[in-house]
Design a protein around this ligand. Structure first.
Ligand SMILES: C[S@@+](CC[C@H](N)C(=O)[O-])C[C@H]1O[C@@H](n2cnc3c(N)ncnc32)[C@H](O)[C@@H]1O
Length: 351
């Protein structure tokens, strides 16, 4: 989406590759092990520039993938609302939305409590998207009309309670979350989901209904997340190898909500969501899917026979991201929660 060569001239600091690699290692350590250091890193021009060099262009792919999974009717509503990214950092998901929705006419607000992140975002905005209507601020302003709130790797930093308060006080119509694909983040998102449903929202992604999450209900030692698989440009791939952080296969937790009165925009009922690609064996793919049965959601393991597909289609299925909505016909129930299926070929149109 955005190659490093386009980002580099707009960074707060002109850094050598060695400096970027060192700062990225500090940031990665801050995100995973030393969270107490993160505010200091957000106050350093070098670290903000490094974040913008690496996390911004790679995270943008996550939004592109998520939008490809949402119904067009919902995207229309998104375009018609003011889109506010809370914890925007260098403007990551605002720029991703501009690129993916092709909407020069949309209004955006980027909110962050780090002044340096906002300075970096503004610099990228002025150089790369000068015609886009974006306001950068430390808090959410009063806005007329419908609002979409986007939380991108920020809900885990502010906690589910603060995020729920923001959703409520701003009466958001649509809420999009793109959060780290970790177990801790899943717990936080589980509490956020519960609060959102109580507050009158319908979850559109990844769940196919507001019923309880089977992983939480059955206390499974597991977490629901998606995996975005992508190709990177050479310069980013090089950075990724130098800091030993794979960005071609990115785990993430995506949630999308809409206020209950717009629940008709949901197109996932009666369908199945792939929540894990478990194994690729010689004759079949083994995938875990989540589906709705009555008031409940449950997980079933399906066996998708490769012989139903051409060779190049099998290759596409092998390389696909996790999180697609699929349709199939059950050919044999191997047990209550293990089915052999004939997959509808419609998924190939999305790959
Ligand atoms: C990991 S960065 C994510 C940036 C961007 N959304 C992305 O995914 O690339 C988290 C950002 O959230 C901001 N943040 C955390 N808590 C916040 C809060 N309560 N209000 C505003 N910004 C917040 C931080 O300053 C930081 O810039």
């Amino acid at each position: 989406m955005l190659p490093l060569s386009k980002i580099q001239p707009c960074l707060l600091e002109d850094l050598s590759e060695t400096e970027i690699v060192k700062c990225l290692k500090d940031l990665s350590d801050g995100f995973t092990k030393s969270r107490h250091k993160i505010d200091d890193l957000y106050a350093s021009r070098k670290h903000i520039s490094s974040y913008a060099s690496f996390y911004l262009p790679t995270n943008m792919y996550k939004m592109e993938f998520l939008l490809s999974q949402l119904p067009e009717k919902l995207l229309e509503q998104l375009r018609g609302s003011t889109i506010i990214e809370v914890g925007t950092g260098p403007g990551t998901y605002i720029f991703a939305l501009i690129e993916a929705l092709k909407c020069q006419m949309c209004s955006f607000v980027g909110v962050d409590h780090s002044p340096l992140m906002l300075e970096q975002a503004k610099k990228l905005h002025d150089s790369l998207y000068p015609c886009s209507d974006i306001t950068w601020r430390a808090d959410i302003p009063k806005v007329d009309g419908e609002k979409t709130l986007v939380f991108g790797n920020s809900l885990n930093e502010m906690g589910h309670y603060s995020a729920l308060k923001l959703v409520k006080s701003n009466k958001a119509k649509i809420v999009i979350c793109i959060e780290p694909g970790t177990k801790d983040s899943f717990e936080n998102m589980g509490q956020f989901r519960e609060g959102m449903i109580k507050d009158g929202y319908q979850i559109l992604y990844p769940c196919t209904s507001n019923g309880p999450c089977p992983i939480i209900k059955d206390k499974k030692d597991d977490w629901c997340h998606q995996v975005v698989r992508t190709k990177l440009d050479d310069s980013i791939e090089r950075l990724s190898q130098m800091i030993k952080l794979d960005r071609k296969t990115m785990p993430a937790i995506f949630h999308v909500y809409i206020r209950n009165e717009f629940a008709a925009l949901n197109d996932s009922s009666g369908k199945y969501r792939i929540v894990r690609t478990v194994k690729n064996i010689k004759h079949a793919f083994l995938w875990d899917i989540c589906l709705t049965e009555g008031d409940d959601n449950k997980i079933v393991r399906i066996e998708v026979m490769k012989k139903d597909f051409k060779k190049k289609e099998v290759k596409l299925l092998e390389a696909m991201s996790t999180g697609h909505l699929i349709d199939f016909e059950i050919t044999k129930k191997l047990s209550a929660d293990k089915w052999r299926v004939k997959l509808s070929h419609s998924i190939l149109d999305e790959l």
